[in-house]
Design a protein around this ligand. Structure first.
Ligand SMILES: [Zn+2]
Length: 397
């Protein structure tokens, strides 16, 4: 029971970053002395610090309340592998991004070079970390189909990765027993927006990711929809297209052939070898190219299918889909209205990611924090110190 309460308190603190002891008393339904004991325990673990109330400060109950703030003693490494580059962040409790570093992708996305890049970036982001701080997890977002339970990237077409044991390669390169948690980038984007972004207080949301391909992270009833093997959300390959254009997956008429980066780049004159920069290209447009109206209608048509299938409350447009939407909103809304069920209140809100281009990165950090949040005492007892992981290894060039 005590362990359960400790985990619950840590989750509250992780979601909020900082709280008052009186708000913890209210949200956990425990008495003040129990909360004080639990907070003391979290403080002893080094995960939080308490601060007395400022002079004159009063809680709702009229008493001054001690504030509890997460520390950066325990942190995770969050990795966002994109087609264009790799981003690594050191993220603390509360979802606080403590440091980030990025590099372009190695030539041809060579897996071993990619792993070396990640390790080099990890060394950069821990540069200012205390030697005694603790690495409690590593989360990795991949633009592809991932078997999370086995740590394998089954297929990442735009990286040309097939059945790549990425978690093990990365664990070996980091020289740590901590096995990285892999996930699909759209799933991570959805999770981050649900917990910390546009989807807070929303139970049913879809995060659409426009990288080079198109994927979706689905949340239903507040929980991620993963499917049997974690592959759910391969929405770019639903047959929302007109059924003529061949897709790289081998089918014809996939949605990705019409709203994927290649199709949009074609419509706006972005060079085909610069698909990864399509979002920026769309942002810099000065007027709407007429060819984009068709893309907008195709986007609206697919969204209508999504709405009829999932009845989401919120659709978050990640990657290049956000800048695209600015130019095609009337076309999208027109098609969405014409093709989704005409029931009042069934139209979802369409929003940009509140975490901007960090949704996927933050989502990777959330999955990496799971061990700590499920068993803080056990996790801290076995997790390596920064000084152990990053001092003894030879530097990566
Ligand atoms: Zn396809």
């Amino acid at each position: 029971m005590r362990r359960h309460n400790l985990c619950t308190l840590l989750r509250h603190l992780h979601l909020a970053g900082a709280l008052s002891r009186s708000s913890l008393t209210t949200s956990m339904g425990l008495n003040r002395s129990t909360i004080a004991d639990l907070v003391g325990e979290v403080e002893l673990l080094g995960l939080a610090r308490q601060q007395p109330p400022a002079p004159g400060e009063r809680s709702a109950a009229g008493r001054p309340s001690v504030s509890v703030t997460a520390t950066d003693h325990a942190y995770v490494l969050a990795v966002d592998i994109r087609v264009s580059g790799v981003v690594v962040a050191r993220v603390g409790l509360g979802g606080v991004v403590l440091a980030t570093a990025c590099r372009p992708s190695p030539p041809e996305h060579d897996p071993r070079d990619t792993v070396e890049t990640i390790v080099a970036l990890a060394r950069e982001v821990v540069h200012d970390a205390n030697d005694d701080s603790v690495l409690v997890g590593v989360g990795v977002s991949v633009p592809g189909i991932v078997a999370s339970d086995r740590g394998i990237v089954r297929l990442a077409p735009n990286l040309d990765w097939h059945d790549l044991p990425l978690a093990q390669l990365l664990a070996d390169a980091l020289g740590t027993a901590t096995v990285p948690v892999l996930g699909n980038e759209a799933d991570h984007g959805a999770l981050a927006e649900l917990l910390r972004g546009a989807g807070r207080r929303v139970g049913d949301l879809v995060y659409l990711s426009g990288e080079v391909g198109v994927g979706a992270g689905l949340i239903a009833g507040g929980r991620p929809v993963t499917g049997m093997s974690g592959f759910a959300g391969e929405i770019g390959h639903l047959p929302f297209g007109d059924g003529t254009r061949p897709c790289h997956c081998g089918a014809v008429g996939c949605w990705e052939t019409e709203i994927g980066a290649a199709a949009i780049a074609d419509a706006v004159g972005c060079p085909p070898d610069r698909l990864a920069e399509l979002g920026g290209h769309l942002q810099r447009l000065e007027s709407t190219p007429t060819e984009l109206a068709t893309v907008g209608r195709q986007l609206g048509r697919g969204l209508a299918g999504l709405v009829n299938l999932l009845n989401p409350q919120l659709i978050v447009l990640g990657g290049y889909l956000g800048p695209l939407y600015r130019w095609v909103e009337p076309d999208v809304r027109g098609e969405l209205a014409a093709r989704s069920l005409r029931i009042p209140d069934m139209t979802p809100r369409i929003a940009m990611p509140a975490l901007a281009d960090r949704s996927v990165l933050i989502g990777a950090s959330e999955v990496a924090f799971r061990d700590l949040l499920e068993d803080p005492v056990g996790c801290l007892a076995t997790a390596p110190r920064t000084g152990e992981v990053f001092a003894a290894r030879p530097s990566v060039t």
